[in-house]
Write a protein that binds this ligand. Sequence first.
Ligand SMILES: Nc1nc2c(ncn2[C@@H]2O[C@H](COP(=O)(O)OP(=O)(O)OP(=O)(O)O)[C@@H](O)[C@H]2O)c(=O)[nH]1
Length: 258
Amino acid sequence: MSEIPDLEARIEALLRDNAADPAVLALLQELYDRYRTQERLLDRLTHISDRFQRAERDRGQSYAENYQRKVRQIEKIVRISDQYQSMLRDLNDRLHTISTQDELTGLPNRRFMQARLTQEIAQAERNGSDFCIALADIDRFKAINDSCGHAAGDTALAQVAEALAGNLREYDVCARWGGEEFLMLFPGCGGEAALVLGERIRNAIEADASRRPDLPPITVSMGLTQFRPGENLDATLKRADDALYAAKAAGRNRAVLA
Ligand SMILES: Nc1nc2c(ncn2[C@@H]2O[C@H](COP(=O)(O)OP(=O)(O)OP(=O)(O)O)[C@@H](O)[C@H]2O)c(=O)[nH]1
């Protein structure tokens, strides 16, 4: 390669000095000019090719950067969507809890129990299975509120709820039905067995409250009844309510089976 500039120098010198035959010189000049033109052309092509390669490399890099940016954006969107979904799940859980649970006692609320009883009736009608309900009402609760204060009344309600829930069988359900009333469901249970269960629960409530020095004595009255096939929920509830009334009328702190 190093010989070419030397050859060029010699040809240029020859052309400059006009030392050779003019015809040969003219041909040489023409050849030399062509050579120089080709060389410039080659230079330009090389230059264009370099620029093209650089542009391609730059474009490749910006594609890669763009791709990475998009991947990061998508990852961020996925993270946000995950957080949003888990927030929605929590909200849903919370909504479900609020709509089915009593805030003060933590027991299922009236709405939950009504739905549960409707299910139980459907099942009893289908299978001929037995179930009983028990309506429990705290005795002279107004007096507890009046003498000890509303907050103590709330504590008494929570205490009764705990004693109720703690003395049920696994498949029994107890809900706060209203103010100082609780409704229990004993699936697969006939009237006599329910009465034994009710008495056990009633005694447990009295015993538990007596162990609380911060609470006045607490007792409950209870009305129980067995579901009768063909009747609706209101009829069963009415019978339990009547039995509760009878328990109150008979002196309270007792369970009556309708
Ligand atoms: N602290 C408190 N009191 C409540 C709540 N819900 C209802 N009560 C009260 O419960 C009392 C119920 O009183 P009554 O219906 O007269 O019945 P009672 O005093 O229990 O008498 P008997 O049922 O006849 O034994 C009322 O004073 C209500 O204000 C509650 O969530 N918290």
